[in-house]
Design a protein around this ligand. Structure first.
Ligand code: GLU
Length: 281
């Protein structure tokens, strides 16, 4: 796929389970948008969390996407100028961003113990989004004493005045507006077990890979607001956003990787064709 424009889009699956019909739809839209604009499509393997990601899901997701008829020209399987394309190999990039944020006073160490911290490496959706942090560690001023992030959680300090607005125009869903401090609080950018959080990794990678448009599910709208704040703090460009409608099951529940019956893999085994999987969604 030779690029004829500056458009650079990405597919960013996480190898934590089988991809399902909802992913198929979102990735199909991403591929179509890149193709329509004569752009380049990148595949990034979001295998940040060693506890949740499994190598067999990496090969399965690449294979399922190819089976759907989606092609990318940069990725872990084919290389490219902005590699490596697996997040587990990109620590140096995240660490540089962590240092920049620490030096700017934009993040602080947090020793509060919370169950939700375990989830910070995963992209949150509405149901499992992290609760608003009450702020016990906010006034800590010892960030500069940390040479490395490991050992404490690191939180991004959202703008102080309660109610600071983060707005953007989504290319599919139109104008979006979130209030920092109300819709989300000081979010985790690095976990104490030394795993960078999804929010930080995705912003760093989208900038490093020169992504111009992010296409993903509407469950990540609120994450986009957080990511815009991170882009501003890091002084990196904010891409355009296109959030796809979510695919729901017959009971109206958003599809998740636990819906194994609607996994692309399972439908393939039942003899479904790619068009049928895409029509489901
Ligand atoms: N890896 C994330 C997920 O599978 C998506 C990240 C994104 O598109 O920003 O939910």
């Amino acid at each position: 796929m030779e690029s004829h424009s500056g458009y650079r889009g990405r597919l960013a699956p996480s190898p934590t389970g089988w991809l399902h019909a909802g992913h198929a739809r979102t990735f199909w839209v991403a591929a179509q948008r890149a193709a329509q604009q004569g752009g380049t499509l990148i595949l990034r393997n979001e295998d940040l969390d060693p506890q949740r990601c499994r190598p067999e899901f990496v090969s399965a997701m690449l294979e399922d996407l190819r089976w759907l008829g989606i092609a990318w020209s940069e990725g872990p399987d084919c290389g490219g100028p902005y590699g490596p394309y697996s997040q587990s190999e990109r620590r140096a990039h995240y660490l540089a961003a962590w240092k920049a944020l620490r030096d700017a006073g934009a993040i602080y160490p947090c020793t509060c113990s919370r169950k939700d911290l375990a989830q910070a490496a995963a992209a949150p959706n509405d149901a499992d989004d992290e609760p608003i942090y009450p702020g016990q560690c906010r006034s800590r001023s010892d960030a500069a004493q940390f040479a490395e992030p490991v050992g404490v959680n690191w939180r991004f300090r959202v703008p102080d005045s309660k109610g600071e607005e983060v707005s953007f125009t989504d290319l599919h869903l139109g104008p979006q507006r979130f209030l920092a401090g109300r819709d989300f609080g000081d979010f985790v950018v690095w976990r104490r077990d030394d795993v960078p959080a999804y929010q930080l990794a995705v912003v760093v990678d989208d900038a490093a890979m020169q992504i111009t448009e992010v296409v993903r599910g509407a469950d990540l709208l609120k994450s986009t607001a957080r990511q815009i704040l991170l882009c501003r703090a890091l002084g990196i460009p904010i891409p355009a956003y296109f959030h796809c409608d979510l695919v729901r099951d017959q009971a109206g529940v958003r599809l998740a990787k636990r819906h194994d019956a609607l996994s692309i893999r399972h439908l393939r085994e039942l003899g479904w064709r790619p068009e049928q999987v895409l029509e489901l969604s």
